[in-house]
Design a protein around this ligand. Structure first.
Ligand SMILES: [Zn+2]
Length: 272
């Protein structure tokens, strides 16, 4: 958390306000020195020319050839209202109020830094990121090629290289929708299963974007609203509750070091 739908919701909410404004000053608040907040001061004087998203990263290209890269980590949030605590970065902006963008990050997994546009050498996760699941590059051919590995399919989804933006929640949801056991080796999926899973990933993410994401605890949209996808969750967080397809209880195991929820009734370990 947050995953693609939550970051996309943040992007859409902030873009009309941010794009076109000049960064007057960018400063660390309670942010530790080091690479996670590198180069921030370089943003000063540059105009924000766009608000893009890549996987779970928010990218703000700047007029001077740099790019502000923001990752919300586990619990990061961007807002125009000053937070009471855990404030890491403040951007002071030109234009009418509100003129401050605040980055709050209680659990400190987030980052907010400036790089030369497109130079992600200090951000290997971004540099090696796979195709956007809702974009044209996420073709069936490319997806099938990425599945040619013994890595369990759940771990492959989380790794961001076969497809971008999927985290623990939407991986469990997509696998449930596609009826695929999360521990199966990726290369054991048939072409039909690969096609079904690709479709499930796109469908789950598109629906979650439309619902402005999933709020379980911390996540809020920049206006403070809760994401509305939580009631639609079929697997994630439903341990012990009946499967919505077959009524068997959803089980939770640890896979790729993450809690993983699935239905032992309709997500079989071996292909049907
Ligand atoms: Zn089931």
């Amino acid at each position: 958390m947050p995953e693609l739908p939550e970051v996309e919701t943040v992007r859409r909410a902030l873009a009309p306000w941010l794009v076109g404004r000049r960064v007057l000053r960018a400063r660390r608040a309670q942010a530790p020195p080091g690479p996670k907040y590198a180069g921030l001061e370089r943003a000063a004087g540059q105009r924000i020319v766009a608000a893009r998203r890549r996987g779970k990263f928010l990218l703000l290209p700047l007029s001077g050839g740099d790019e502000l890269v923001i990752h919300l980590g586990m619990s990061g949030a961007l807002a125009s209202r000053r937070p009471a605590d855990h404030l890491r970065v403040v951007l002071e902006l030109s234009g009418p109020p509100p003129r401050q963008l605040y980055f709050r990050d209680p659990r400190r997994f987030g980052r907010c830094l400036v790089v030369a546009a497109g130079d992600y050498r200090s951000l290997p996760a971004l540099e090696r990121m796979g195709p956007e699941p809702l974009g044209r590059d996420f073709t069936l051919a490319r997806w099938c090629a990425a599945l040619c590995t013994p890595t369990p399919i759940k771990a492959l989804l989380l790794a961001q290289r076969a497809v971008a933006g999927v985290g623990n929640i939407y991986a469990d949801e997509a696998l449930w929708l596609a009826r695929i056991h999360p521990a199966r080796p990726s290369r054991s999926l048939s072409r039909d299963e690969a096609r079904t899973l690709r479709r499930a990933i796109r469908r789950v993410l598109a629906r979650a974007v439309a619902a402005q994401g999933t709020t379980l605890q911390d996540y809020r949209t920049p206006s403070g609203a809760r994401g509305r996808f939580a009631p639609e969750l079929a697997a994630y967080g439903r341990e012990g509750e009946p499967c919505r397809r077959c009524a068997r209880p959803i089980v939770k195991v640890v896979l790729a070091a993450r809690g993983t929820c699935f239905c032992p009734g309709c997500q079989r370990r071996t292909a049907a």
